[in-house]
Unconditional design. Structure first.
Length: 115
C-alpha cells in the first residue's frame, strides 16, 4: 500500500536532498499575496498572470556549474500548461549571468557581455 505524501513534504525532502548535494535552494511562492485583513478576514491578492508557470524551486550549485528549475508535484498531480511552457523555456539554457542593476543600462551590458 503506497502512502500519499503531501506536496509540501515532497518539497521539503527535495530541498534537503539538494542542500545535502551542495545546492543553494530558493522556494518560489507563486500563490496569492497577503493583502491584509478586511472585516476580520485575511485577504489575498492574485499575482500577476505573467508569473504563472514559474517553477516551485530554483537550485544553484556554482561548483558543479548547475542551475535547476524544479516543479514539484504530489502523487497524481500534473503540471499546468504554463508550468510545462516555463520548463521548456529554461531547459537547455547554457549561459547564465547575474548582476546588480541600477538601471536598464547595467542589464543591457550583461545581455551583450557574451555576444
Amino acid at each position: 500500500m503506497s502512502q500519499n505524501i503531501s506536496e509540501n513534504k515532497i518539497t521539503k525532502q527535495i530541498i534537503e536532498g539538494l542542500e545535502y548535494k551542495g545546492y543553494r535552494v530558493f522556494k518560489i511562492f507563486n500563490g496569492g499575496v497577503f493583502g491584509g485583513v478586511r472585516n476580520g478576514k485575511a485577504v489575498f491578492r492574485k499575482k500577476d498572470p505573467k508569473y504563472k508557470g514559474v517553477s516551485d524551486l530554483i537550485a544553484i550549485n556554482k561548483k558543479d556549474n548547475k542551475l535547476l528549475f524544479i516543479e514539484v508535484k504530489g502523487k497524481g498531480g500534473s503540471p499546468s500548461d504554463e508550468q510545462l511552457q516555463f520548463i521548456d523555456m529554461v531547459d537547455g539554457i547554457t549561459s547564465v549571468s547575474g548582476c546588480v542593476a541600477y538601471n536598464f543600462g547595467g542589464v543591457e551590458k550583461l545581455i551583450n557581455k557574451n555576444l
